[in-house]
Design a protein around this ligand. Structure first.
Ligand code: F6P
Length: 326
């Protein structure tokens, strides 16, 4: 692959607030550095169908504040097959695209890793997911906004939980990671978080009851990370109904509202920095890395590390929540 003159940009997988800020940053930074930019629509699917359009600076005006992604997004089955990726590569060549910037989560960066390996295409990833589950970066684009959305919801649930003296299980997203549940619980002043990272070690409901989480309170809020490992909020509500019938239990599943909304200042700044760094990385000849942030410094994380290693949950956070919920 010779000099890079034109980059393609796409968003893939679940959308996340701040993806638009990232699209804007990548586009403007590329143009600033003399590169041509092409927007690829509907994730990898757009590479297969040829839904590709040249982006000028004005194409990304007035989007930094918008949730979702102007490029649309998809989870593309065809791209998981060698035949599909061959079509994607052929279309890329036809469009004159020399390198790709992929904004997405675990699945999207896995696709990029395989594609880059098969066709010797420079691919740069940006961590775009509310789940914060990519290794090698302190945080991901969309995570902070989703946390704030959770806070807003839990603050409201607390009003009714207190009035009725109820126990609420609030289910939050995160796929197989408990970052939203744990940090959401700390920030919302919830009594506990049930997270997949420790679900196999202890029965978290037993722990809660045993620790007398309700001794000094008449209402309680427990955040539950969605995941087959935890079993979700409904599972715990059913268990409480059967095993501890004294509690008046309710469930709220926050669902996709966690993925929407205008990005916070934190996510806009993060997306802007990572987007500009993606172009720096391309200009430096980097390839097949995710751009991350570590102790406020930009870092390059090889795809294999970002997607393979399970990002650990800090034990300290678990202890903070436990101590402060007495
Ligand atoms: O990865 C982001 C995420 O929102 C996860 O938290 C959730 O499990 C999943 O996507 C939901 O995906 P979909 O929008 O396809 O239902």
């Amino acid at each position: 692959m010779g000099t890079i003159k034109c980059i393609g940009i796409l968003t893939s997988g679940g959308d996340a607030p701040g993806m638009n800020a990232a699209i804007r940053a990548v586009t403007r930074s590329a143009i600033y550095n003399g590169l041509q930019v092409k927007g690829i629509y509907r994730g990898y699917k757009g590479l297969l169908t040829g839904e590709i359009k040249e982006f000028k600076s004005q194409n990304v005006s007035n989007i930094i504040q918008l949730g979702g992604t102007i490029l649309k997004t998809a989870r593309c089955k065809e791209f998981t097959t060698p035949e599909g990726r061959q079509i994607a590569y052929d279309n890329m060549k036809k469009e004159g695209i020399d390198a790709l910037v992929i904004i997405g989560g675990d699945g999207s960066l896995t696709g990029a890793r395989i594609f880059a390996q098969e066709f010797d295409v420079p691919c740069i990833g940006l961590p775009g997911t509310i789940d914060n589950d990519l290794f090698g970066t302190d945080t991901t684009i969309g995570y902070d906004t989703a946390l704030n959305t959770i806070l807003d919801a839990v603050d409201k649930i607390r009003d009714t939980a207190t009035s009725h003296e109820r126990l609420f299980f609030v289910e939050v997203m995160g796929r197989d990671a408990g970052f939203l549940a744990l940090n959401g619980a700390i920030a919302a002043g919830a009594e506990a978080a049930i997270i997949p990272e420790i679900s196999t070690e202890v029965d978290q409901l037993e722990e809660l009851i045993k620790n007398g989480f309700r001794k000094s309170k008449n209402s309680s809020i427990v955040l539950v990370a969605e995941s087959p490992i935890t079993g979700g909020a409904m599972h715990y509500a059913e268990r409480v109904k059967n095993e501890y019938p004294g509690y008046d239990v309710r469930v709220t599943i926050l669902g996709h509202l966690q993925r929407g909304g205008s990005p916070t200042a934190h996510d806009r700044i993060l997306a802007s920095r990572l987007g500009a760094a993606a172009i720096d990385a391309i200009m430096e000849g980097q390839r097949n890395v995710m751009i991350g942030i570590d102790h406020d410094e930009i870092v390059y994380v090889p795809f294999t590390k970002a997607i393979k290693n399970d990002k650990p949950i800090k034990k300290e956070l678990i202890n903070v929540l436990r101590e402060l919920s007495i």
